[in-house]
Design a protein around this ligand. Structure first.
Ligand SMILES: NC(=O)c1ccc[n+]([C@@H]2O[C@H](COP(=O)([O-])OP(=O)(O)OC[C@H]3O[C@@H](n4cnc5c(N)ncnc54)[C@H](OP(=O)(O)O)[C@@H]3O)[C@@H](O)[C@H]2O)c1
Length: 280
């Protein structure tokens, strides 16, 4: 596979940004796409798709979950994959999530069929929850406020570093041997939220508490912060996957692909603290 012209959708996001960097470090020519980048790509405006895809040999696809009521991943990813192949793209790497059963009534792996059936080489990445939810994502404000209120009980999750996910994505985009593979990507340790809070407290040098809350109470709290009700329920159902230990087994796939163990949460937390992520 030529190391040129790789389209990265979601290039401003937690994995996409790192995929762009990992590809460039390996000498690839990258089109970093998004709604606000020079290469425009908007899931809601399919007139942006062909211009972004044309001339690319491979594409990293990040879908979105911000509108669970209206987002139809199955048909959108199928349409995009077909359009990609029509535009000459020969390799597709699709980011999904490691989940079990339905989440908020939806099968979050429904988009996978679109890349499998596309005729391109394909790889699907299904990571556990990212470390980066705590230092740049949805849980950052809670960490800064010193209280992680979540309906996760004492369930365990083998959180994974988005850096590791991005390196696996870069390998799947650039190297042979990943066609037709579904990679469940986890960190090496399954942690409870209480253990996460302890690690962050130690690294940040101030207390961060985990406060387990009831599922419905959590939905109501999010709605009180003006989160749309369907999205609040979707997020609560995602957290319930942790509470119920549905994806709690570490997988070893990061090491299998990269030839080194995944980064540990404690090392991540030390670095995030040193970078000032949790400074007040
Ligand atoms: N967060 C986790 O712990 C986690 C774990 C496993 C899997 N995942 C998967 O990762 C994916 C991304 O989730 P994330 O929370 O990590 O978000 P993220 O990648 O940090 O941010 C979302 C990205 O999607 C782009 N985007 C949003 N709406 C778009 C639209 N209409 N058209 C084009 N691009 C759009 C955003 O770009 P612009 O706003 O710049 O356009 C941004 O780059 C999801 O599919 C999720 O299932 C996440």
């Amino acid at each position: 596979m030529s190391q040129s012209d790789i389209l990265v959708i979601g290039s401003t996001g937690k994995t996409g940004r790192r995929v762009v960097r990992a590809l460039r470090e390996r000498g690839a020519s990258v089109r970093a796409a998004g709604r606000s980048t020079d290469v425009r790509f908007d899931w809601d405006d399919d007139s942006t798709w062909a211009p972004a895809l044309t001339g690319a040999h491979a594409a990293y696809i990040v879908d979105r979950q911000d509108k669970p009521g209206v987002w139809d991943a199955e048909s959108q990813i199928r349409d995009l994959a077909k359009r990609a192949v029509d535009c000459g793209v020969r390799r597709l790497v699709l980011l999904q999530a490691r989940t079990t059963g339905l989440v908020g009534g939806k099968d979050l792996s429904a988009g996978e069929g679109g890349v499998r059936d596309s005729g391109a080489q394909w790889t699907v990445l299904r990571p556990n929850w990212f470390f980066q939810n705590f230092d740049e994502g949805v849980l950052l404000d809670a960490v800064r406020a010193g209280e992680l209120r979540l309906p996760a009980g004492d369930g365990r999750e083998p959180f994974v570093d988005a850096e590791d996910v991005a390196e696996v994505a870069a390998a799947a985009l650039l190297d042979d041997g990943h066609d037709g593979r579904v990679y469940d990507l986890s960190g090496s340790r399954a942690l409870t939220l209480a253990e996460v809070a302890e690690e962050i407290s130690r690294a940040a040098g101030r207390p961060v508490a985990y406060v387990p809350v009831d599922h419905e109470e959590y939905v109501a709290e999010l709605v009180s912060y003006e989160v749309p009700a369907d999205y609040a329920r979707f997020v609560a159902d995602l957290v319930a996957q942790i509470r119920d230990n549905l994806n709690a087994e570490p997988t070893g796939t990061v090491e299998g692909v990269l030839g080194r163990p995944p980064r540990d949460f404690a090392a991540f937390a030390r670095q995030a603290a040193a970078d000032g992520a949790w400074a007040l």
